[in-house]
Design a protein around this ligand. Structure first.
Ligand SMILES: Cc1ncc(C[n+]2csc(CCOP(=O)(O)OP(=O)(O)O)c2C)c(N)n1
Ligand SMILES: [Mg+2]
Length: 313
């Protein structure tokens, strides 16, 4: 888990450098601070039967589920050979063979999609779980609340994971939400509602394992996990709206907390350092290889339109 989380951190660091060099089309939303939580979630899932959906901030999630990092990097950079041949980009990552159904740029829209995946799993009897990962901002979207209601009414094998990073873009969740507790709100829908501390990888792992076990038996579950947002809303965001308590320099980092825990539990500092360096080198190499791949251009876009027309008949 530590190696995977280090890889995600370094992968997004390398992406940020590629962004600085003008290699990334559009904006990128980094998951810095949520890597450990997302690796813990993936640890509880079975990519052969489960399907996860995520938000605009899903690079870490798709990697945690085991998607090919080179194909992910090429997709984000708009290159041929990306998950969708570079046509979809950073906010629409798709790797269903790795248990990652899709991410979605429309805030909250991934949640009914996961409920749909759960319904499919239930109808097919394949034993799979649909998992929606979304933010505290998305938690106030109507489609999310409708999905929670339907999940209970239809007894869906679904897990709702709300990453509470305290912000929806530049708006504090304490300002934007009428109810003071998201967990209580979920419980009032009839969901089994749990909380996890995203700074504690063991607790996160245990809560997700328990939640998935229940969801597999058609008991829909909601987990609120607290994570810090260690970067801006998107990379390069002017974060002057953030109170000091949330700034990178003053906020704890779950990856550092995990490393410290592992060291105190007997793993030598040099072993941890070498894991981190190895993952950093791998991530830099993957993003460099993606950067040198051929850019998706008008020919690929035209071919995509033609295939769409063919499907439409
Ligand atoms: C329907 C919709 N409304 C607004 C936006 C603009 N927008 C993109 S991300 C975002 C904030 C989402 O906050 P949250 O759900 O907490 O996720 P986080 O960015 O914190 O991970 C907003 C308002 C959008 N993409 N879609
Ligand atoms: Mg948020």
């Amino acid at each position: 888990m530590f190696g995977k989380a280090c890889f995600i951190r370094a992968f997004e660091g390398a992406l940020a450098r590629a962004y600085d060099a003008g290699e990334v089309p559009g904006l990128v939303h980094l998951c810095t601070g949520a890597e450990v939580a997302e690796v813990a979630l993936a640890d509880a899932l079975d990519p052969a039967v489960d399907q996860v959906t995520g938000s605009h901030r899903s690079h870490g999630l798709v990697l945690a589920m085991g998607a090919d990092p080179l194909a992910v990097a090429k997709e984000i950079l708009g290159r041929i050979g990306g998950l969708s041949d570079g046509l979809a980009g950073t906010q629409h990552l798709i790797a269903p063979e790795n248990g990652f159904l899709t991410s979605n740029g429309i805030v909250g829209a991934q949640v009914p999609l996961a409920a749909g995946a759960a319904l499919t799993a239930k109808v097919k009897g394949a034993g799979g779980v649909g998992v929606a990962v979304f933010g505290d901002g998305a938690a106030n979207q109507g489609a999310v609340l409708e999905s929670m209601n339907l999940a209970v009414a239809l007894e869906l094998p679904v897990l709702f994971v709300m990453e509470n990073n305290g912000f929806g873009q530049s708006t504090a969740s304490t300002y934007a939400s009428g109810s003071t507790s998201f967990t209580q709100r979920a419980a009032s829908f009839g969901l089994v509602a749990m909380q996890a501390d995203g700074f504690n990888h063991i607790e996160s792992q245990q809560v997700f394992a328990q939640a998935v076990k229940k969801a597999r038996k058609n008991t829909p579950v909601f987990v609120e996990i607290s994570v810090p947002r260690l970067d801006g809303h998107y990379y390069g965001d002017d974060i002057s709206y953030m109170p000091e308590a949330h700034m990178k320099d003053t906020y704890d980092d779950p990856l550092h907390v995990m490393r410290q825990f592992l060291e105190e539990s007997g793993t030598s500092a040099s072993v941890l350092e070498s894991i981190m360096l190895k993952q950093q080198a791998r991530a830099v190499q993957v993003v460099a290889e993606a950067s040198s791949a051929i850019k998706t251009g008008p020919l690929e876009i035209k071919a995509w339109h033609q295939s769409l027309e063919a499907v439409r008949g």
